[in-house]
Structure formats: structure tokens, C-alpha cells
Design a protein around this ligand. Structure first.
Ligand code: ADP
Length: 742
């Protein structure tokens, strides 16, 4: 084998030039036809056959094009590919320097190899696969040959190499300089066709994308979506059959959700088996596509039996998450023919669509669950948005309010008479006092009792609880209200209150008489000379009767409050003196406990009902004694302050103990009528704090608790210095609070 420029005799050269002179004209005519051919599939065969036809010495022509994998043969003339090497032919890629074509590519110059030992010998170094191909082609050619490889350059880009094998002893029939000109035209035609092809492909991709997007957007549900996507994709690709597999991450399984032109039995290797056992496990695991021939060792024999030879498995991705796999099957050409760049964006689109449908289905499922729960609640449930417009009402709410239709459009606060809600005294609720308005204001409340008067003048009582619905930013987005009918309970409670009022009334006079005599006997016994045998018994009698009288008085106070007959006798009172008196009175009951009084000054005057405020202080201090350990300290503090709502001058009284404390959820409840914390053994009716709050509020003051469980309690009372006119809302609040659990 030698590498040389062809040596021609002088006469041969003259003949050549003459031929070439006509030749270049001739070639220019031929090349004009090439430029008119835009489709690569038409241009490439035309190119090679032009050279095979018009250069008589040429035996074979191969057009090699530069691809990412190396030089790839895309067209040939002068020989038929023997079937034994057809697969090698499809796969052969020359690296730079491999074969004559690879050498021309590497050196970017015309290479001519001339020799007597056949085609394969002239190709020089090559990979085993290329050698097999060269050998098979060489078998069809004489041993004495000239191989010419001419690089095809379009501008600065080397697009490929044209390789001709011609009889060694015949002139090629074209002068090298002319050939290089023609090669330039060939390269331009190829580039042109490649650009055209790219354009055509991107147009096709766009169309394909459009078709898929249309099928996604018109699909009614997931099965419909996957089926129509698969049909569209199969039309766009050279695949003969395919399947769409949906990935269930919880079960780690794939499910064949759509299939086309293939029997479901051939797809059994994918369906409902662990992902790792399927032939496309790595596609799901790594989210990368796989293009490969089918292999029975991979469990794909059923597909092979169905007549398929190769597969393309493409992940359906939603962001980084695999939601499924598109599996396409076809002949061995499939892996090469499939347009990955077209399919990947489609697969992403489908991946997202699947994720969306799933999300939608999940949310629908949750919604159904939510509705079932809400509907099965026996209490009325109402939800409203931040504007107070009803967004949900369960059946119980409709039934309880006996409204055929609830207003869903108008903010509830603007239709207060929609439910005709009233306070327990029968006054219509103002928009501000509607349960919704309270919850939207940010209030959380329980057992807010209201009344509804029905057209037949009967009354129904409801207990409302409500809370604002707050988003992550802490903004109120709406409100949730639950309510139940407590008419029966309310009636029983009224009956009970009436009974207790009568009983208390009847008990008071005899008890008062017993108390007077008990006290008298006690005093006599104390003053008697000699032994005091009965002193202990009489002391207990007197204390117990006094206690019974206090209970009865409390009950009578409650009935007075209910009847609106709780009148206050205002007078100027020095609270410091009053507190001192109460402390002195309570001291005998305090045992070892230390009772301290701290006052900002010796005199803190307020206008109040001295007897009632004494009642409040007695109750708070006796509770502090009742609910705190024997050796602890109880402090009563007084100082000037202002009211929380209107800054009016006031006196702040605080009673602190070192008892068990009151948990936050109970702090509101302890003020309810008859409320006693569970497990408290100390005696009482649960009326002390209720009456204390009533009395303080009737004075226009405020009362609340500051306490942490296990760290003692402090009861705070703010009493206005001047007598105050009570506002309507306060009066209303009082009527809500009148209610309590039996
Ligand atoms: P009574 O003391 O008669 O039960 P009250 O209305 O005075 O009724 O008090 C209601 C409930 O509040 C009590 O049963 C008790 O559980 C709780 N309580 C009141 N004062 C205190 C306190 N200082 N420490 C702890 N719990 C208290």
C-alpha cells in the first residue's frame, strides 16, 4: 500500500484536462440538481450515485458524515450491503485517523491510497467493527485499487468525507482541483439538507408537542390522558407499538395504564411487579432514557415473541420526579430512528400532566373525605371567607337554622336578620355580636348562647363556638363556626334556676333564725364560767350555718341577677381599708397561710357598692385560701391604674396565691355559673367567681386571671374610681354569660 498523488503521463494529463474542461461544466450541471434536493433521504443517495455513474473508473462510493460518535456512513453506491454485515454497517463509526475517510477527516486533506492487496488493506488502521465492514466490501472489489477520500468542507465546517474506490490503473476521470471544487458543492448541498432537516424536525417537534399538549388538555381523566398521549406519540415516532406505564411511588410499582398495537400479555413484565424487577428499572431510578435492543435475559422475551426487536424507555418527569415511563417498541432500527430531542420535552409535559391529574384526584379525594366528615357531624358547621361570605354549611346547619337556603353570596354580617339571632333576653344581635363577626375579629369562643324566635313565637336556643381560620402568615382568612341546639338544656336550666331561687328564698328565713340562735348559744357558752363542753360543737354549728347561709345568699344573688333586680348601692369606699377588713375576717380560716396586704397608699378611694365589693374580695381571698397549700403566702395588692378599654382611672386589686394554678383553657370557664374545676375537693357551688364577675362588671370594671398551671394564680380586678354607665355591649355580654352548663 502506498500513499501518493496519482502520477500521470504528460499526454494523459492533457487528455485529463480536456475531459476535465468539459467535466467541470458537466459536474456543475449535476451539482445544480443536488442543490435542489433538500431532503437528506433524497440527496445522499443521489450524491453517491452521481459519482458512481459519472466516473467510469469508480467502483464504490461511500458518503461518510461527521456525527457526535464519529464518521457514519449515510449512503453508498456501487455495491449492496451483504446481509451478514448489515448490523455492523449501521453501527460503524470511524474515529479520526481510522480508514481512509477517518484519515482525510483528521488531516482535512485529500487522501489517496493505492495498492494491490485489496480494499481492506488500503483502509489502514480501523476498529474491528470497521474492519469487518471493509473486509466485506473488499470482497466485492478487485484487489488492485485506488481509494480516494476527500473531505467535505462547507465554509469552516467539515461535514463529512466522500470516499471513492476506483480501478487502480484507470484515471479517476476528474482533476483533483476540480474535484475539490465539486466537493465544496457537495458539502454545501449536504449542509443545506442538514439545515433543512433540522428545520423540518423542529417543525415536527413543535407539531408533535402541540398535538400532545392538545391531547393532554382535552383529556377527561388519567386513563383518557395516557391513552390519547400514547396514540399521538406512536403516530409521531417510527415505533410499532408502545405502552404508558404509571409509577406508583408508594408501592414502588409500575402499572400499564395504556397500550397500543401490542397484547397486554406481552407487557406483563412491567405490570404490578416491583420496579427493580422490570426491564426499565434504571429509567425509573435515574430518570434517564434507555434505548436498546430487547433481551430475553432482561425479561423481555414476551416482547421479542410479539415481534419487537428494540425498545426506547423514556422517563415521564415532573420536575425531578419520575411519574411514569413511556415504552416504545419496534424493529432494530428503532433506537436509531427515534428522535430523542422531540420525545423528551413531550415526556416532561406528560410527566407534569400526570402529576397534576394525580394532585387533582388526591385533592378531590380529600375534599370528598372532608365533606363526609363535615356532613356526618351532628352539630351545625358553617365556614365563611374573610369577607364573611358563607362558603360551607353542612346539612345539620341547614336543619338547625331551619333555612331552606343559606345566603352564600352576601357577607353574613350584612344580613343579621337572616337567622334572626337574639341574645338570651330576646334583643336582636348587632352585626358586631354575630358569631361570625366575633370569629373574624380573631376571637375564639365557646358556648356563646343565643336565641332564635321562630315565626310561631316559640324560642330555640343555640350554643355557638367559633374560631378564626388563620393562614401561615397569621392572617385571618375566614372563620369556622359550630353550633348546636340547646333548647332542651336551656329549659331544664331555667327550671332548675327557678327551683333553686324558690328553695333559697324559702330556706333563707329559717336559716337566718338558726344562725342567730347558734351565734347566741355560742356567745353564751364562751362567756360561761366553768367547763366549755359544748364550745366545740357550737362553734362548728355556727360556722356551718354561716356557710349554708352564704350558699343560699349566693343562690339568691343569682336569681336577683336573672330577674334584673341586682341593684348597687354606691358610696365612697377606701378599698385599702375594705381589703384589710376582709383579710382580718378571713385570717381565722387561713391556718398557717401568710395573708399579706400591700397598698400603694393608705387610701385608694372608689365609688362602689361596699357590700358587693367586700363579697368579691371575700370570695377571691377565700378561694386563694381554699386552693393553696397550708404554708404558702397569699398577697393582696392594690394600686392606681386605668381601665383597659377606655383608660378611665381605676384601682387594680390583685389576689395572688401559690396554689395549683388554672390552665389557660379553664381561665374563662371558672367564671361560668356553677362551674367547678374537675377533681377539686374544696366545698362550693361554683357560683363565687360567677357572682364576682357579675358584680365587677356591673360596676363597669374588669376581672381576669393570670396563672400558669403549677405556679399559682393571680386574680386581677380593675374597679373604676368613678361610677360608670354600662355600655350596651357589656350588658349583652352579661346575658351570654348568664348561661352555663348544668
Ligand atoms: P367554688 O370555689 O365554689 O367552686 P368559684 O366560682 O369560686 O366556685 O370557683 C370556681 C372554680 O374555679 C373552683 O371550683 C376552682 O376550681 C377554681 N378556682 C377558683 N379560685 C381558684 C384559685 N385561687 N386557684 C385555683 N383554682 C381556683
Amino acid at each position: 500500500m502506498t500513499e501518493h498523488q496519482p502520477e500521470l503521463s504528460a499526454s494523459d494529463q492533457m487528455i485529463e484536462r480536456a475531459v476535465s474542461g468539459e467535466g467541470i461544466q458537466h459536474w456543475l450541471k449535476i451539482s445544480a440538481a443536488w442543490l435542489a434536493l433538500q431532503e437528506p433521504e433524497r440527496l445522499f443517495p443521489t450524491l453517491v450515485s452521481s459519482f458512481a455513474e459519472h466516473l467510469p473508473a469508480v467502483r464504490t462510493v461511500i458518503l461518510w458524515l461527521v456525527t457526535t460518535g464519529g464518521l457514519q456512513p449515510v449512503a453508498h453506491a456501487g455495491f449492496t450491503i451483504p446481509s451478514a454485515i448489515s448490523e455492523h454497517w449501521l453501527r460503524v463509526r470511524l474515529r479520526p485517523g481510522e480508514g481512509a475517510a477517518g484519515l482525510a477527516w483528521q488531516r482535512e486533506t485529500v487522501i489517496q491510497q493505492h495498492g494491490e492487496h485489496g480494499y481492506r488493506e488500503l483502509q489502514g488502521i480501523a476498529s474491528p467493527q470497521a474492519q469487518t465492514v471493509f473486509q466485506a466490501i473488499g470482497d466485492l472489489l478487485p484487489r488492485s485499487l485506488l481509494v480516494t477520500a476527500i473531505p467535505l468542507r462547507a465554509g469552516h465546517t467539515l461535514v463529512g468525507v466522500l470516499e471513492l474506490a476506483s480501478n487502480a490503473n484507470e484515471p479517476l476521470g476528474i482533476e483533483m482541483a476540480d474535484f475539490e471544487v465539486i466537493a465544496g458543492i457537495v458539502a454545501a448541498a449536504i449542509r443545506n439538507a442538514q439545515l433543512y432537516d433540522e428545520l423540518r424536525r423542529s417543525h415536527q417537534r413543535l407539531k408533535a408537542f402541540d398535538a400532545v399538549v392538545t391531547s393532554i388538555s382535552t383529556a377527561a381523566d388519567l386513563p383518557d390522558l395516557v391513552q390519547s398521549v400514547l396514540t399521538v406519540v406512536l403516530e409521531l415516532t417510527p415505533a410499532q407499538s408502545g405502552a404508558l406505564l404509571i409509577f406508583d411511588p408508594a408501592q414502588e410499582r409500575l402499572q400499564v395504564s395504556a397500550w397500543c398495537n401490542i397484547d397486554l400479555t406481552a407487557l406483563a413484565c412491567f405490570d404490578q411487579v416491583s420496579v427493580d424487577a422490570t426491564p426499565c428499572a434504571e429509567v425509573v431510578r435515574y430518570g434517564q432514557p434507555a434505548f436498546r435492543p430487547l433481551l430475553s435475559e432482561r425479561g423481555e422475551s414476551a416482547l421479542i415473541e410479539a415481534g419487537m426487536a428494540a425498545a426506547a424507555y423514556l422517563p415521564l418527569l415532573a420536575g425531578g420526579t419520575v411519574t411514569g415511563v413511556l415504552a416504545l417498541f419496534g424493529d432494530i432500527e428503532l433506537t436509531k430512528a427515534i428522535d430523542k430531542d422531540m420525545l423528551m420535552p413531550i415526556c416532561n409535559q406528560v410527566g407534569f400532566a400526570i402529576a397534576n391529574v394525580r394532585l387533582y384526584e388526591d385533592s378531590q379525594h380529600e375534599r370528598r373525605k372532608f365533606h363526609t366528615v363535615i356532613e356526618s357531624i351532628a352539630e351545625g358547621v358553617l365556614l365563611c371567607d374573610r369577607y364573611g361570605r358563607l362558603t360551607l354549611a353542612n346539612q345539620a346547619a341547614h336543619d338547625l337554622l331551619s333555612c331552606a337556603t343559606l345566603s352564600f353570596e352576601t357577607p353574613l354580617a350584612t344580613v343579621p336578620d337572616l337567622y334572626d339571632l337574639r341574645d338570651l333576653d330576646g334583643n336582636a344581635l348587632t352585626p358586631d355580636d354575630l358569631p361570625f363577626t366575633r370569629a373574624l375579629r380573631g376571637e375564639t369562643f365557646y358556648d356563646y348562647r343565643v336565641m332564635r324566635r321562630l315565626p310561631d313565637n316559640s324560642e330555640r336556643f343555640f350554643s355557638f363556638s367559633g374560631a378564626p381560620a388563620v393562614n401561615e402568615q397569621g392572617e385571618v382568612e375566614g372563620a369556622v363556626i359550630t353550633f348546636r341546639d340547646i333548647t332542651a338544656t336551656q329549659k331544664v336550666q331555667r327550671a332548675k334556676d327557678e327551683f333553686l331561687a324558690v328553695a333559697a328564698h324559702e330556706l333563707r328565713s329559717p336559716l337566718a333564725a338558726v344562725r342567730s340562735y347558734a351565734d347566741l348559744l355560742l356567745r353564751r357558752e364562751q362567756q360561761r364560767e366553768g367547763d366549755h363542753r359544748d364550745l366545740h360543737g357550737l362553734t362548728i354549728l355556727s360556722q356551718q350555718v354561716a356557710h349554708m347561709l352564704r350558699l343560699v345568699d349566693n343562690l339568691l344573688d343569682v336569681s336577683r341577677l336573672d330577674a334584673g333586680q341586682f341593684d348597687l348601692q354606691y358610696q365612697q369606699v377606701n378599698l385599702v381599708g375594705l381589703a384589710q377588713q376582709v383579710i382580718d375576717q378571713q385570717r381565722p380560716n387561713a391556718g398557717q397561710r401568710d395573708l399579706l396586704l400591700e397598698a400603694e397608699s393608705a387610701e385608694l378611694m372608689v365609688t362602689c357598692d361596699a357590700m358587693r365589693i367586700r363579697q368579691v374580695l371575700t370570695n377571691l381571698i377565700s378561694n386563694a385560701i381554699k386552693y393553696s397549700p397550708p404554708d404558702s403566702v397569699i398577697s393582696v395588692r392594690l394600686r392606681s391604674a386605668t381601665l383597659l378599654n377606655n383608660n378611665a382611672p381605676a384601682v387594680l386589686i390583685s389576689v395572688s396565691d401559690q396554689g395549683p394554678g388554672i390552665p389557660p383553657e379553664e381561665q374563662e370557664r371558672v367564671f361560668q355559673r356553677y362551674y367547678r374545676a374537675p377533681g377539686r375537693r374544696a366545698e362550693g357551688l361554683g357560683l363565687g367567681l360567677y357572682l364576682s364577675r357579675e358584680i365587677v362588671q356591673l360596676h363597669g370594671g374588669q376581672i381576669w386571671i393570670e396563672s400558669r398551671e403549677g405556679q399559682g394564680s393571680t386574680f386581677m380586678v380593675l374597679l373604676p374610681v368613678e361610677r360608670m354607665q354600662r355600655s350596651r355591649t357589656e350588658r349583652m355580654n352579661r346575658s351570654f354569660e348568664l348561661s352555663a352548663e348544668i
